[in-house]
Design a protein around this ligand. Structure first.
Ligand SMILES: *Cc1c(COP(=O)(O)O)cnc(C)c1O
Length: 471
């Protein structure tokens, strides 16, 4: 079938109302018992939920048959589409063998293969993988590992962490402590053990005449001063390589990562690269750190690693960290665990995901895909209503030229609604619109996505201007 006839979206309809005799009124019952994430439930009551029946490639299909292009890969996790035949087949095969077993005292082929293959992708530099189920847990593991490794090595004073302004590393209490996003953090601030916050290398912070690399060096100098002031106290610096995604797709020059690497070496701190969002090819290379030509001491992965199928996260580390725990003493071991650590189904989905990368030459194909979408979105780059049109790998973002807070809120809500009307799933972060599509869009769908994005932007910008006097 041709992409267009197959994929004509229609406007979203509210979920069915009223009681039905066939038990199929679950969409209408959703708001009664399901507490949705990252949502003010009172606002949600005014905007009907989309009740999903199925997924098919880049499309999500609701119970009325309306189709939505998943242009943000379902919160950045879905790499190769929904109901991907190859990942499905791998999981079904695994399901017939072993669905789950504890990983303490046991091992299984999917977890071994996955750890070996990931380690090989770092040339063996990050030779050990510790498994968990979600991104925030991986971040907590990296923090604990760093502190505990230093303690085992006789440096128990290294117990402070440095994170980057506007950085995001998850929302459990330990991860939130190294997260600098007010919206997620402020309410819980009294519960947190504070980390130091270093300047952001966000290229949008350039002064007149400054290049992205200059901003990066300025931010690195700030970090250097911080490490000097806290000499001997810092266990680790945690960064999001190349793109601070939750901050609003803030992109920076790779030189920042080289500087962080050098500073961590100079001051005896671990470098943690949180590649939960930027890993798995999202920025153009499999690991974002590769573009800076460096490896961190600890690296976190989640989101795309299972192809967006099953909850899986992991922390990769250098042998020096692993060796710091290797001892006759139990207490010197890393005694951390999660019930579903190394789940075979999730690991098998991840191996199938790595197979697709290898078999389909995905990273090279994405260069071509990215070029086309960038060209189709080009009108935005020169639009006076737009600031900082930017792209790295398979991430596109631009900021609507709107400043008044109320206008920003109107813009974000309206853009989401306008895109949804047009059959596209896009959720702006404030005035930042971003696209993070799965790595499978064909040319026709790419062009169609760009056209809908432009149209939704026009409508949302007009609405925000009219209602709030944006400019
Ligand atoms: C999403 C994300 C996390 C948290 O992962 P969860 O699975 O949502 O807990 C951590 N760090 C970064 C960079 C992320 O984008």
């Amino acid at each position: 079938m041709d992409a267009h006839t197959r994929q004509i979206p229609r406007a979203a309809a509210p979920p069915p109302k009223g009681e039905r005799q066939d038990g199929q009124d679950w969409p209408a019952r959703s708001l009664r018992h399901v507490w949705h994430p990252c949502t003010q439930m009172k606002q949600q009551a005014q905007m009907p939920l989309i009740a999903l029946a199925s997924g098919e490639g880049p499309w999500l299909v609701d119970t009325d048959g309306h189709r939505y292009l998943d242009a943000i890969s379902s919160w950045w996790v879905n790499l190769f589409g929904h109901a991907n035949p190859r990942i499905n087949a791998a999981i079904v095969d695994q399901l017939g063998k072993l669905e789950h077993a504890m990983l303490a005292g046991f091992t299984h082929e999917p977890v071994v293969t996955l750890a070996e293959r990931l380690s090989a992708l770092t040339g063996g530099v990050l030779g050990h993988c510790f498994f968990a189920s979600d991104g925030a847990s991986a971040v907590e593991i990296a923090l604990k590992m760093s502190f505990h490794a230093w303690r085992n090595l006789g440096h128990a004073d290294k117990r402070e962490f440095v994170c980057v302004k506007n950085g995001y590393h998850g929302e459990t209490l330990g991860a939130l402590a190294v997260t600098d996003v007010a919206l997620f953090r402020d309410a819980y601030d009294p519960l947190l053990r504070h980390a130091h916050v270093a300047a952001s290398p966000d290229a949008r912070l350039a002064f007149a005449g400054e290049a992205a690399a200059d901003v990066a060096r300025r931010a690195a100098a700030d970090l250097g001063a911080l490490l000097e002031a806290r000499e001997g106290r810092i266990a680790a610096v945690i960064v999001e390589p190349l793109v601070q995604c939750a901050a609003g797709m803030a992109m920076h020059d790779p030189v920042y990562l080289r500087e962080v690497r050098a500073l961590c070496d100079r001051h005896g701190a671990h470098m943690i690269a949180d590649e939960i969002a930027v890993g798995c090819g999202r920025t153009g290379t499999f690991f974002a750190s590769e573009q800076a030509g460096i490896w961190p001491d600890l690296l976190t992965l989640s989101k795309g690693i299972s192809g967006g199928y099953l909850p899986l996260s992991l922390v990769m580390c250098r042998p020096a960290i692993y060796d710091a725990f290797y001892d006759d003493s139990t207490a010197r071991g890393f005694l951390h665990s999660h019930s579903y650590t190394g789940n075979p189904l999730a690991c098998r989905a991840a191996v199938a995901t790595l197979d697709i990368f290898a078999q389909d030459n995905v990273l090279a194909q994405n260069v071509t895909r990215a070029k086309r979408l960038t060209e189709r979105l080009a009108p935005l780059a020169g639009d006076p209503r737009v600031r900082h049109f930017r792209q790295r790998g398979m991430i596109w973002a631009f900021d609507a030229a709107i400043d008044a807070p109320q206008a920003v809120t109107t813009f974000a809500r309206r853009f989401h609604a306008e895109a949804r009307e047009r059959g596209v799933l896009l959720r702006p972060l404030g005035n930042t619109v971003y696209l993070m599509p799965p790595y499978i869009l064909d040319d026709a769908t790419t062009d169609w996505l760009a056209a809908q994005t432009l149209a939704a932007f026009d409508a949302a910008y007009d609405a925000a201007s009219a209602a709030n006097g944006a400019r």
